[in-house]
Design a protein around this ligand. Structure first.
Ligand SMILES: Cc1ncc(COP(=O)(O)O)c(C=O)c1O
Length: 518
């Protein structure tokens, strides 16, 4: 042993590890953390949805690398004072931005158990892998996929979509493409999606080596669904000029307005043209759990692969993305890579092939399956389906409120759980952008924005199981108030709204500090 190693080792007492010698204090701290976090979730309505991070708080996280130890209780204090009050806000029922799920307290508890087990789900023979296999089988049943289907948890739908593109690529070019690259044949491959598709599809084509130009973004119909006629024409045109169509990515819930492509027609077209049929169902695919919504997903059962997130409408805490592939062998073809150090046995810990690492990129994988298994077992799919149905009913309610209010304008049909609207004003893009910032900073509600037909929209995606009609009412009232203040004095525009927002934010920050249960 070198002197340096001896000196470093000498810092440790005999038998010292990272575990405490006496667990009493840590146990008490753990119980307090659990109580505090349960209280935090239970009283979430009493605090602002989100609040701006004061500079002084941000500055707390510009420290030097901590070389010496701190007391866990002091580290926890930094969490309660500086992290928890300034989180994204998606646990709160007033959060309606982007597409964020609300999670659940049960999911949180499961996450704690998973961290305790510290399981690595890349492979090997242990029950956590069986839990993931159980969830894979449930997902297979949900979507009516055959027994030979495979699936696995990933970070999110962006990753699941990328992996689907890679499976489709290996399927069309053969396994040798993994060794030789996509070559000349790969350079002629083209994929298709609608103009409303999420940007991660373009990114997936780029990362998979085709380049984003190989993705055709097809026109939409007036309901924002892929125009099947236009899709057919683009495919025919590409074939005519010597290109080789191989993949169609349909959307089950577009990111802007929640439109669901005509999946049956896309499935039929893919069958006729021998194309891989992938569905990006990031949030919409779980609509399959609602009796009301499931018929709108008809055709999804024919997909070659489906990507979606349990952390959105499934209410599982982040992250819990999922990829389901109809033909497990094709899935494995795209990712399995033998290695001496990953040798499989028929007995012992290295048994139980195939392993999840054969079906994806990651070798180290957390136990995302546990929080999902807990959520599905605890609530049952009928209740989750009812929660999903209710968020669509709330979106309809918001649509009704917008239509009834002359100062507001609906900017897109409400297809699912997303409502895009705006306050009528002369300089509407700027005014509505400011209204959204004001709403977020006020702590009343947190929608986001998007642009539809060149017009900026306030975009509300109702995903959280805690959101109720009172949250919709509070949002509408606040939009009208902030909008009216802007319209009242165009000269004092910025000043007036900033004053209003500042004082409201100040009140909210004070009240959040007051209501901070930690
Ligand atoms: C339709 C759609 N696809 C893909 C994604 C990306 O999913 P993730 O954020 O889980 O990577 C989203 C995110 O909201 C989405 O709405």
């Amino acid at each position: 042993m070198t002197d340096m190693l001896l000196r470093e080792t000498a810092q440790l007492g005999s038998g010292e590890t990272l575990d405490p010698r006496d667990w009493t204090e840590l146990r008490a701290l753990g119980h307090r953390m659990l109580d505090d976090m349960i209280d935090h979730i239970a009283t979430i309505r009493e605090r602002p949805v989100w609040q701006p991070i004061p500079d002084v708080v941000r500055a707390q996280f510009r420290e030097e690398l901590p070389r010496s130890a701190s007391e866990p209780a002091d580290v926890y204090r930094a969490f309660t004072d500086f992290i928890a009050p300034y989180a994204t806000g998606n646990v709160h029922p007033g959060f309606m931005g982007w597409v964020h799920g609300g999670g659940s307290a049960v999911g949180m508890l499961a996450e704690m158990l998973a961290a305790g087990l510290n399981a690595n789900l890349g492979g090997r023979d242990h029950m956590p892998i069986e839990v993931e296999r159980q969830v894979v089988d449930w997902v297979r049943q949900m979507f009516g996929f055959p027994a030979e289907a495979s699936g696995l948890f990933v970070t999110g739908t962006s990753m699941a979509n990328l992996m689907a593109v890679l499976v489709a690529r290996t399927c069309v070019l053969g396994r040798q493409a993994r060794q030789h690259g996509i070559g000349e044949e790969g350079a002629r491959l083209t994929a298709y999606t609608s103009k409303a598709a999420h940007g991660c599809i373009t990114k997936a084509m780029d990362i998979a080596g085709f380049g984003s130009d190989a993705l055709r973004c097809v026109a939409m119909d007036k309901s924002h669904r892929i125009d099947i006629g236009a899709l057919r024409r683009e495919i025919a045109h590409d074939r005519a000029i010597g290109l080789k169509p191989f993949l169609v990515v349909a959307s089950a819930g577009t990111v802007d307005i929640g439109a669901i492509d005509d999946l049956e027609s896309v499935a039929r077209l893919c069958r006729e043209e021998s194309l891989w049929f992938h569905v990006d169902g990031a949030f919409g695919a779980l609509g399959i759990l609602s009796q009301e919504l499931a018929p709108r997903l008809a055709g999804i059962e024919y997909a070659d692969s489906i990507a979606f997130d349990f952390h959105k409408w499934g209410q599982v805490p982040y992250d819990a993305g999922f990829l389901l592939v109809r033909d497990g062998e094709r899935h494995k073809d795209a990712f399995a890579a033998p290695a001496a150090y990953l040798r499989r046995e028929t007995r012992g810990l290295a048994a139980g092939s195939e392993w999840p690492c054969d079906l994806g990129v990651d070798l180290s994988r957390g136990f995302r399956a546990l929080k999902t298994w807990f959520t599905l077992k605890t609530y049952g799919t009928e209740k989750i389906g009812a929660i999903i149905a209710r968020s669509c009913a709330l979106a309809s309610y918001l649509e009704t409120r917008v239509r009834a209010e002359p100062r507001l304008e609906l900017l897109a049909p409400v297809a699912l759980n997303i409502v895009c609207f705006r306050y009528r004003a002369e300089d509407a893009d700027r005014v509505n952008r400011q209204i959204v910032v004001n709403l977020q900073e006020s702590g009343i509600a947190a929608p986001s924005t998007t642009t539809l037909d060149g017009r900026l929209a306030i975009r509300c995606a109702i995903v959280n199981h805690r959101t109720d009609a009172c949250d919709i009412d509070a949002l509408v009232a606040a939009v009208l108030e902030f909008g009216a203040r802007r319209a009242a004095s165009r000269a004092d525009l910025t000043f007036a709204v900033q004053q209003a927002t500042n004082s409201q934010s100040e009140r909210q920050i004070q009240s959040s500090t007051r209501n901070n249960i930690f």
